[in-house]
Design a protein around this ligand. Sequence first.
Ligand SMILES: [Zn+2]
Length: 243
Amino acid sequence: MYYSSAEHYVKPEDMNAMDRILRVNQRIDFPLREGDILKSGSHGAQVTCLADSCRWPRAVDGFVYVPYIISRQYEDMDRITIETGMLDISSATCVKFVPRTHEPNFLNIESRTGCWSYLGMTGGSQTLSLQSPGCMWSGVAAHQLMHALGFVHEQSRSDRDYHISILWENIPEDQRDNFRKYETNNLNTAYDYSSVMHYGRYAFSEDGGPTIIPKPDPYIPMGQRDGPSLTDIHKINILYNCD
Ligand SMILES: [Zn+2]
């Protein structure tokens, strides 16, 4: 058991996308990596999505089309929230989310239990869950869409130890795996505290103590509520070779 979401320590209006995700996902009883990434059978060993096979392909017109279908169970307001998350990415990058017609590889957006996604393109139909109402923020939608585009959490970057301290003593032993560091391709970008992919200060906390402290300035805010940061957008443009 972990508190994860910081709901006891952080005012609801101050919760970032990941805080909101962890709050909902506490109820999930199947294994998720880092709280919201589903392991895929097809490239289960692939932990950072560096290979081409994990990225959505670029079309001849230079755009990267990500086809999706969206469950009819959503109400109009939910649909608008999800589409806002898509638009926050597509309006500033060459990645375009398009309703699926006949494409073999696509996102199947459904309201299952929790907010979660696979990492990168898995091939075929891949579910991306945005539970209504728990996950109905455009920033949460953008967070899961970025996982589906191949991005991991910001604090799992290979260079994270220069920018944050992990307070291991405040993390229950069975949750410490959620703070692993990976060999990531950082795309020549600076570490981004304001990434929509960043954990909050109290993620997976055992007893309410902080689990991540920025350094050297411990008061730098971490994470993002509204949507992708400028650096998130920049990274999508680099990973997908947008012009
Ligand atoms: Zn995530």
